[in-house]
Design a protein around this ligand. Sequence first.
Ligand SMILES: *Cc1c(COP(=O)(O)O)cnc(C)c1O
Length: 405
Amino acid sequence: MTDTISARARNPLAFLDAEIEDLKAKGLYRRLRVVQSEQRSRCVIDGREVITLSSNNYLGLNTHPRLRDAAIEAVRRFGAGSGAVRTIAGTMSLHEELERRLAEFKQVPAVLTFQSGFTANTGVIPIVAPEGAVIVSDALNHASIIDGIRLTKAERKVFPHSDMDGLRSVLGEVRAAPGGAERTVLVITDGVFSMDGDIARLPEIVDAAEEADAIVYVDDAHASGVLGRNGRGSVDHFGLHGRVHIQVGTLSKAIGVLGGYVAGSEALREILIHRARPFLFSTSHPPAVAAACLAAIDVLESEPELIKRLWQNTRLFKAGLARLGFDIGASETPITPVIAGSGAMAMKLSDRLFEEGVFAQGIGFPTVPDDRSRVRTIVTAEHSSDELKTCLTAFEKVGRELALI
Ligand SMILES: *Cc1c(COP(=O)(O)O)cnc(C)c1O
């Protein structure tokens, strides 16, 4: 007993060491890979030149000359940082210009930007789902949605992934319960599911929500710049303008920079300015970020061939993996999971691919269920067909070696 106490007194954080040992024992311990070059289809990671299949840089925008120039120009004109939160002195003309451009692009009355997609969700959800509301959430929604829900005092109901009967039965139960007719109901879904690459069944979700008088909230992080005309997202992809009340997007993935935004009504924007906590209490984007995002919208509008190339590469790579016999799930987008089984096997697959010159991150529990651990691949518009063939050759070699095919 005294031994335990003194050990704890010496290191009150000893339980962290135990947790690390546990991760190591399960084969889930990771060191961070370090990118030592530009983030392109070929980059230098941990001292080795590899082809990367793990970046969200879908269109290659984070090294696009127009974004670079816009960022540099903004630093020269406005400096390195914004100096304050948006509600005090941190709203610069570039922030408002970006919001106007995004609202036009998304064809909605108003947009408000956040520091990231993550803070957009944690900021917005508690405001649109107040105490007494019910949130109806897809089982595979992103961690930032789950955390946003945790910050509310609303009731939470989860429906099985993309199960439209499940969604309708939850909505029916909520409305039929005593007092249910009066409640605010929020249906929330990823537009593209980040670990599986499937697209939400948005037309059916919207129909079900309309029948139940529910708000529809779509997180388009992996759809921004990927789906819809010029990358306008899943609402545009399905032609559902005006029927989805709240769209969250990210500026950190295909847009190539950093940030999140919410697109919706003027009233939504105004109330968020008064109430959304990350907006009120965390400093706004540096000028270079806003300027580079503005340049990215120009590129989306003027270079549609980037999105065309992204989808050509998607078809080529998926067909190749399927031909080799891998379990690639049910993806419909540039995200393609290669299911490995256990977490340890996914990490092993990722490590061996790296030795063969291909970087594709292994992903295990808690991000995905342990027995569906995987290597998640994302092709971009920048990959050449030769690079993708090289990746497929590496997958074939390592897949055979590990008896996955
Ligand atoms: C990546 C992601 C986010 C977070 O976006 P960041 O801008 O990186 O913070 C939010 N939601 C979903 C569905 C995502 O895939």
